[in-house]
Design a protein around this ligand. Structure first.
Ligand code: ATP
Ligand code: MG
Length: 401
């Protein structure tokens, strides 16, 4: 008997001819994400992926609570729907009963309030002499006999005892939900405009969930934005990288560019002109780093720079697609995702970002194209963009320590 992780695949199983390449990517991502948990065997049967230690004394698999950490890491790999820790053993129905009894004894010791259960079974091995309903009925009976405190409740049990009969037998109860999506690396790379706020880390998470590896760019205006603001962005990049994989964070030194703009363009257009320069710098960095799109956390109507006219004005400066996964989302829904991915507490730390310092009191919310031309007439945009690109510092963000 040994412990093994059973991970379920989602959308990938709907793929046709190219399903194989998605699966290979998924297994390779799991291998990378689980590196620190010792030598593992990762293999697949139909819509399941199995993860087990090569060394039986691997401490991460010892008990349910020891396995929490590795299971959480599995849930961070896109393409996985859920994961369970299962007992794996050989034998016929007698062994199933013996192992189930031992398993339920432990389960009840950890959850003394459990009173009701049901058995669910799957039979992959058609040579096994009992079918699924028979396994459920007979095993249910055996559990009732041995644990008088338990009764069966098929509608709303306190726990489900899952049994799977394949080349080996498996018993488990419960599962940890993952984030679904497609394995990172099955799409081209994107350049995430990452600020210290709530929205952009969520936007990065969402695009990574569609298989997209990421780089990130942050516009830093030291000393107007503090070192703490920089650290906060690095922390957020690390949280996103936990899902998207190792990334490069490109830090643009934006101070001089912003000061020049502040001096030489109308206040009410500052946000728009600044964002137009940001997008151009981001696009150049994207081209240099093999990214095929930009990603932002913009949401329609949220602030002055996110009206349709403002978005059109910023979009006009770049050729690459600009993906805005939050464009139709409510702020509350974004906050929910931010909490789920563990970014919220970091995002709400109170450090200024560059946009809040140089922001006008009454920004133009519906700029006309002529306003934009007028606002930029005293600016050497190309020189600014070039200075921004050349003054960029690259920081490698590992996905985990
Ligand atoms: P967020 O919560 O992501 O900061 P926001 O609601 O504060 O977004 P804005 O400040 O208007 O909205 O920024 C819109 C988007 O522009 C951000 O989601 C992000 O993608 C990008 N952005 C803003 N400021 C920066 C910055 N300093 N560096 C990189 N990207 C930025
Ligand atoms: Mg912001």
């Amino acid at each position: 008997m040994s412990n093994i992780l059973l991970a379920r695949m989602g959308e990938i199983t709907l793929k046709g001819l190219n399903r194989g390449s998605f699966e290979i990517q998924l297994k390779s991502n799991l291998k990378y994400r689980l590196k620190k948990f010792g030598d593992l065997k990762i293999y697949q049967t139909q819509s399941r992926i199995w993860i087990e230690p090569k060394d039986e004394s691997n401490p991460y698999f010892a008990t349910e609570s020891d396995a929490k950490e590795i299971m959480k890491a599995v849930t961070q790999v896109f393409g996985i729907v859920s994961v369970s820790l299962a007992r794996k053993f050989e034998g016929g129905f007698d062994e199933v009963v013996e192992n189930a009894k031992a398993y339920v004894t432990e389960l009840l010791a950890n959850n003394p309030d459990y009173k009701t259960f049901k058995v669910d079974s799957k039979r992959g091995n058609k040579a096994f002499p009992m079918n699924s309903p028979e396994i459920c009925a007979e095993l249910g009976y055996q559990i009732l006999e041995n644990f008088p405190q338990l009764t069966v409740n098929v509608k709303k049990p306190d726990f489900i005892l899952n049994v799977e009969i394949r080349d080996y037998n498996y018993i488990y109860s419960g599962k940890m939900m993952a984030h679904r999506g497609l394995p990172v690396g099955t799409s081209g790379k994107g350049m995430l405009l990452l600020s210290g706020g709530i929205d952009s880390p969520v936007a990065g998470f969402m695009m990574a969930s569609r298989g997209m590896p990421l780089d990130a760019v942050y516009f830093h205006s030291y000393p107007y934005t503090s070192e703490q603001a920089m650290d906060k962005v690095k922390d957020l990049a690390k949280i996103v990288a936990g899902f998207s994989g190792r990334m490069t964070l490109h830090v643009v030194n934006f101070t001089q560019i912003q000061l020049d703009m502040y001096k030489n363009s109308p206040q009410d257009m500052l946000t728009i002109t600044m964002r137009r320069v940001m997008f151009q710098i981001a696009e150049r960095l994207a081209e240099k780093n093999n990214c095929k799109c930009l990603i932002t956390g913009e949401s329609l109507g949220q602030v002055a720079s996110q009206t349709l006219e403002a978005i059109q004005a910023t979009n006009a400066v770049c050729k690459m697609p600009v993906l805005r996964p939050l464009i139709g989302m409510d702020k509350q829904a974004t906050c929910d995702i931010s909490r789920q991915i563990g970014a919220f507490e970091t995002s709400i730390l109170p450090y200024e970002d560059c946009c809040t310092i140089f922001v006008a009191k009454h920004p133009k919310t519906h700029p006309h194209p002529e306003d934009v031309i007028e606002a930029e007439k005293n600016l050497d945009i190309e020189a600014m963009v070039e200075a921004g690109v050349n003054g960029t510092e690259d920081i490698i963000i590992e996905a985990f320590d």
